[in-house]
Design a protein around this ligand. Sequence first.
Ligand code: SAM
Ligand code: SF4
Length: 354
Amino acid sequence: MSLVQLRVPPADPGPGGGPLVDSQARTVRYLRVSLTDRCNYRCTYCMPQRPIEYGPRSAVLSLEEVGRLCEAFAQWGVERVRLTGGEPTLRRGLVDLVRRLSAIPTAQGTLEVVMTTNGERLEALAEPLARAGLRSLTVSLDSLDPARFTQITRRGDLSRVTAGLDAARAAGLAPIKLNVVALDGFNDEELPQIVRWAWSRDIVPRFIELMPMASGELFVPGELMLAAQIRARVAEGLGIALQSDDGAGVAGAGPATYWRAVGGAFDGRRLGTIAAMTENFCQSCNRLRVSATGQLHACLARDDTGDLRSALRSKDPDRLEHVVRTVLGTKRDAHGFNMDGSGGPTKAMVSIGG
Ligand code: SAM
Ligand code: SF4
């Protein structure tokens, strides 16, 4: 995978500090940190089928480096960190990391630490993570049919994920959100059932439009289901209306828009749609992303990166901030995804974590 490394000029000794504001006046308050680019699943839209080449383990940031990085970002106004992957629960030391990050002071109190996981290892981890200070959790689950679930993940076991979700609820992690990639011709007929299943467990379902990552290699035109179609399918299947909602209490710092059920047994329940393809949200983008190897990405959909790892490992105390602000200065106005599957980055989602 070829990423475009930004050329970062030598650090000038200008005054540092202050919030991270880009040229479009968007302020970064949210950092997504990938803890590993490996995964125990092989979701068809996320990971290429061909074997992936991994660099040496030393290329991956240590948890101590992740801690230092998050401390620095908190000083520049970041309030929330999402741990992701690959699969973040594969990373040894995860619980201790959550404890450390949750204690980092911010202007509002302490850093809000949340995580996105496939749920495979959640049953044993939910309670320790909740005790360590994890604030909320997103679990990815595209089908409630065991065979279909194994088909899309190429190896997953649905019963382990539902057991993980039960454990997360029992541990008091709330809100819990479900990420569902909606695919026409795969799980489209199931969407109302998934919503009913989630709502009856106090889980907030969110449907994601398929994004053409990995140069469109994993993007199958015709399978993309548009957010408006998703909402219509759910409303029709459940015999309800959906009204736009502000998402208070369930919305995170992300791009999801929320919708509230009107009528029926689930009156007032909410669902989200994340519509990168048809309801562009780039204008309100408030995030930066760090890969497991410490590359800073200003945009999910672009390949430009800045090298935080060498900054963290250098002796120059100003280097880190310099790389961060240089990358921020290149943050584009919007992604370039096209409906035909072109316009995306060469990186696969697994390498950056969504
Ligand atoms: N392994 C964890 C998981 O599956 O939740 C975290 C990483 S995963 C890359 C984060 C999210 O990205 C998942 O909810 C997944 O469904 C979503 N995702 C992966 N590839 C995608 C694609 N091409 N389009 C839209 N969403 C995608
Ligand atoms: Fe792994 Fe998550 Fe990608 Fe599935 S979506 S392959 S679980 S990183």
